[in-house]
Design a protein around this ligand. Structure first.
Ligand code: USQ
Length: 397
């Protein structure tokens, strides 16, 4: 049985990953300091619905499935807490059995501040983003090096690390020929927010750990995620197990935001001319990708990199699709092209190799009409909670 540690296990991806891996018979421990919830409270950007805390959710999970997910509440910038997860001195906050789960076979690292706009509000949010993301990653690297160098680190990276270069984007690496000699390097990175820049620095840290100490690392370069229903989880109908769903400008990703906007008749907020192209992924496919990565670990001294998305769209295309589905469901949906608050290319080349996870067996869920309609139906249930004033504030770069 795989023993999996999930850092950032309360987040949009962390909690579904915990349930998914638990269903796959992994021994799962989640660690979180409720950063996302606390930032939402501080900034008055409430999610679409309230979610119980981790102790309540894991207790419910145990009641419904008989499966145990262990919980540790704490800040992983604290190196001693991080080290305790690998050396057996951890104190679980809630557990059916209070014993050390054992050295993790894999650790999934989501424990970062994940928002580009948040990182760009001012010098304080930038400071926080940089210190939180880098210190946590550094603590992880040292704890694994010191206590369990065979633990496979699965780190969530982002497609935003590459930016939008005018050449094809390869899967992590680029072979360069220079003055008659050849070598292979990390594909050039050039992010367009400070958050995305911390993800580049994380990659650099872990690549260093791979070269110096033979760590085993997989870096998943993920595009924006959408969706909230997790298909494989049989108790998905219990709303108390839903993952956190933001539609505000800071934590909401674009497809999730557009669906909420369509439901309340808020013109879809396409930034600029809407030509920005990204690689998108359904949340169910994120879970598959994590599982496939765990099942196909890197060797000691190896950094594997996968580009984690299934289809590319421009923002304008996404808005058109959401508008069309909204029309079919009886909503009068309009699209608004608003001055882009971000500094990003709006017309650019984008051709990305993303074969690796498909070769491992990823079965994509595409952004079909049916998928959009399902999302509309779930979000509609919470329509009364939607607050118009948090949809767009215009955080500028
Ligand atoms: N956009 C709009 N209107 C909106 C919101 C976004 O036009 O109301 C545009 C953005 O300008 C951008 C694209 O949609 O061109 C995607 O924006 P997003 O907010 O969905 O995603 P982003 O800020 O890039 O970040 C998200 C996650 C982040 C992850 C990243 C993957 O929050 O954690 O790393 O997606 S990627 O974009 O590939 O870097």
């Amino acid at each position: 049985m795989d023993n999996i540690l999930i850092l950032g296990g309360d987040g949009y991806l962390g909690w579904p990953t915990a349930m998914y891996l638990s269903m796959k018979n992994c021994k799962v421990t989640v660690v979180d300091n409720y950063l996302r919830r606390n930032l939402c409270n501080q900034l008055y950007i409430y999610p679409l619905y309230n979610i119980p805390d981790l102790i309540q959710r894991t207790t419910l999970w145990h009641k419904l499935t008989g499966l145990e997910i262990k919980v540790v509440i704490g800040n992983l910038q604290n190196s001693e807490l991080m080290r305790s997860l690998f050396n057996g001195t951890v104190k679980y906050d809630w557990a059916v059995t209070n014993q050390f789960s054992g050295i993790p076979s894999a650790v999934v690292h989501y424990a970062e501040m994940p928002s580009a706009p948040y990182s760009m509000i001012d010098y304080k949010t930038a400071d926080f983003t940089i210190s939180n993301n880098l210190i946590t990653t550094n603590n992880l690297m040292w704890a694994v090096k010191d206590f369990s160098p065979d633990t496979h680190i699965v780190k969530l990276g982002t497609m935003g690390e590459y930016g939008t270069p005018n050449i094809d984007i390869e899967e992590g690496w680029l072979e360069i020929e220079h003055k008659g000699r050849k070598d292979k390097f990390l594909y050039p990175r050039q992010a367009s927010s400070l958050y995305h820049t911390t993800k580049i620095m994380d990659t650099d840290l872990l690549w260093f750990g791979v070269r110096m100490w033979n760590l085993k690392v997989t870096d998943l370069m993920q595009g924006p995620v959408y969706g909230l229903e997790i298909e494989d989880i049989k108790v998905k109908t219990d709303e108390n197990l839903y993952t956190i769903f933001n539609y505000d400008e800071i934590f909401g990703t674009v497809i999730n935001r557009f669906i909420v906007q369509a439901i309340v008749g808020y013109p879809l907020t396409v930034y600029g001319a809407g030509g920005q192209t990204r690689g998108y992924i359904n949340i169910n496919d994120t879970l598959q990708c994590i599982y496939l990565s765990i099942k196909n670990p890197s060797a000691n001294g190896e950094l594997k990199i996968y580009n984690q998305f299934t289809e590319t769209f421009t923002v304008k295309e996404l808005a058109e699709r959401v508008k069309s589905m909204a029309g079919k469901l009886g909503y009068d949906c309009k699209i608004s092209l608003i001055k882009n608050p971000r500094k990003e290319q709006e017309n650019h080349y984008y051709n990305v190799n993303h074969k690796g996870l498909l070769d491992l067996g990823l079965k994509p869920h595409y952004l079909t009409e049916e998928a959009l309609e399902r999302m509309f139906k779930v979000v509609e249930k919470f329509k009364e909670n939607i607050k118009l004033d948090i949809i767009f504030k215009g955080i500028k770069w």
